[in-house]
Design a protein around this ligand. Sequence first.
Ligand SMILES: Cc1cc2nc3c(=O)[nH]c(=O)nc-3n(C[C@H](O)[C@H](O)[C@H](O)COP(=O)(O)OP(=O)(O)OC[C@H]3O[C@@H](n4cnc5c(N)ncnc54)[C@H](O)[C@@H]3O)c2cc1C
Length: 393
Amino acid sequence: MQRAVIVGAGLAGLRVAEELRRAGFGGELVLVGGETHLPYDRPPLSKEVVRGERDDTTLKPREFFDEEKIELRLGSAAVGLDTVTREVKLEGGSALGYDELVIATGLTPRKIAGLPDLGGVHVLRSIDESLALREELAPGKRALIVGAGFIGCELAASMNSGGVHVSLVEPQSAPLASVLGEQVGELVGRLHKEAGVDLRVGVGLAELRGDGRVSSAVLTDGSEIEVDVVAVGIGSIPVTEWLAGSGVDVDNGVLCDEVGRTNVSHVWAAGDVAAWQVDVGGRKRVEHWSNAGEQAKILAGALTDTSDPDAAVQVPYFWSDQYGLKIQALGTVAAGDTVHVVKDDGRKFLAYYERDGVLAGVVGAGLAGKVMKMRGQIAGAAAIGDALEAASA
Ligand SMILES: Cc1cc2nc3c(=O)[nH]c(=O)nc-3n(C[C@H](O)[C@H](O)[C@H](O)COP(=O)(O)OP(=O)(O)OC[C@H]3O[C@@H](n4cnc5c(N)ncnc54)[C@H](O)[C@@H]3O)c2cc1C
């Protein structure tokens, strides 16, 4: 009987296991996880969990894994891979043979080199990290968030709603500028400022000070802020060090074809760690929730030879929750696109992204219906002029 091993018991790992069973894979299925938790959802970690509204984000109960005959090896990180003998080396010295291997080890937060090891300084990727950060928060506390990417922005909004005094620092000219461009980044920045967050753009963190525990932060403009808690959200890097020497090609992620195959036979990858071949622009890693499920379906179809050749290509989608607004991005939005803000009431907004004369994507805040109804026009590469004309009608 064939054995498929999935390394990484997060969203992508779980979805691959589910999709393999759905596609009729009847062999042994083993899900290896470095954490001791059942697979859980990460989006709530910077939202409901850190706000104290939820403690548990488990995706499927234990019975699900029994019913689907998915063997869980939790608390057992992979530390090496031998693609000749087809074995995954696990922490503690054991090895696990495979016929097919799926890499789904996700990301780990980027750290700022040279910072002293002080209490009160956090990163956020896991539920344990979210709960540890939450423990330190209370109304009146002073928090510094380093980096106004999605996680930094969501943390700022969550902490602000809990009465924490938040300073949010970002070296770029606006929050999320590298993802959504400066113009829309400024509309997001407006939300933070209106909520009372001390947003400082064009500056980074230079130094943390404290005796055992952080007490102040010095910024690159020389200013010093007194703080009780620091959260660093400066991006994440793919977890691939365990693949060293395996022959699997890695370059800012595991390099894959358009269905998740790596350069090594019987080795596949999906989710945040995987850089899949895309139609245009070569290989791309996507760090968003919907992508994990979509890739899992495609990969499972290819692995079991049951792919539906007519399966529709999905329009990329992600969301972020800040200050009671859902910020949504549909299509491929890029910082270099020409942005047309078609609605803006001072809080909610809608922007169309133009690339090569067509509507490449849409970003909206608090306007879910207006974002989602653009799916057809984005998929059909509508001329930007037509889209703008329809928006103003
Ligand atoms: C705080 C936060 C908020 C987010 N909010 C949103 C949002 O609002 N919208 C959105 O679209 N996306 C959001 N995302 C992104 C989304 O959660 C990810 O795209 C998704 O989790 C990717 O799933 P994954 O399985 O590839 O990676 P992960 O969920 O990171 O899972 C990887 C798993 O592999 C395990 N692992 C790592 N190394 C090893 C090893 N050597 N051996 C065994 N196991 C290992 C890890 O412990 C982890 O459980 C958010 C992410 C975070 C962290």
